[in-house]
Design a protein around this ligand. Sequence first.
Ligand code: ADE
Ligand code: ZN
Length: 346
Amino acid sequence: MTPVKPVAADRLPALLRQMPKAELHIHIEGSLEPELIFALARRNGVQIPYASVDELRSAYAFTNLQSFLDIYYAGASVLITEQDFYDMARAYLVKAAQDNVVHTELFFDPQTHTARGVRMETVINGLHRACVDAQAELGVSASLILCFLRHLSEEDAFASLEQALPFRDLILGIGLDSGEVGNPPEKFARVFARCRELGFHLVAHAGEEGPPAYVWTALDVLKVERIDHGVQSSKDALLMQRLARDRIALTVCPLSNLKLCVFPDLASHNLRQLLDAGLAATVNSDDPAYFGGYMNENFTQTFAAGPLNAQHAYTLARNSFEASFIDDAAKRRHIDRLDATFEAFQ
Ligand code: ADE
Ligand code: ZN
């Protein structure tokens, strides 16, 4: 890794904000701010069980992943039209650009919408149009990763894949999310094998709350290229060696882990331990509207809490480009700009 000159602690937040970075773990439905939830509910005549933006926001006190997912799926119920999906993604991409996110790979959960009668094409066309406009108007490259909901059946995932296939050129990859414990990766072995044959990139949430065994099966059964979260891997020394050896990236989400009580505080987070063990960890926001911050908040709060320096900042940003699914020339361009930012930083 390129050596980085030391940066004073009080200048580190500025460097973290300025450095170009990629975001590889963002659920676009998790970027729906309460204000937009209320605006879309009004626009579409959808009832939501909260009287005000403040009342909704005060319900964001989570004890674990499931307590969050219940509110997250309720929030997504206001999304009906293609314009709604566009507006949601546009709002996120504007924030991403402000945080110097220059590339992002957006998760979306089509089953949450198709189960309510929203058509797959409505979801994908709205999100895709926002991605196209982001490149032209914001200078952010963005693509889509379709996630299967793991609390539903594999049969349901196959049906969702079938509905998405007419739009396959608009989809970069396939992921796996929702309630982890009790829904191991191997439940989706056949549908991931099919997605692999179809040439999609593959990722999966594993080791967020679930055991290291789920990370092993995400790798060995689903054959994913990245692990989303993966923080529980530090409980298994052999797994840590495997992740380091194969340069399997972990898309770590510190504020998410804090808000869902995976770690009691950011000072106890194991990001530094993962980096020290040679793992290709990255920093991401997961569901920024629910967890108190977008990319730069994740970086600045995590660095404020722990023993991390400019070299770690560089490594995390560089890992984000190397772990992305962009081509090698684009990776090189982004890493050259990252190097130039660190070089010029005073
Ligand atoms: N869907 C949205 N956010 C998620 C998370 N953190 N884990 C699993 N599924 C999710
Ligand atoms: Zn996630």
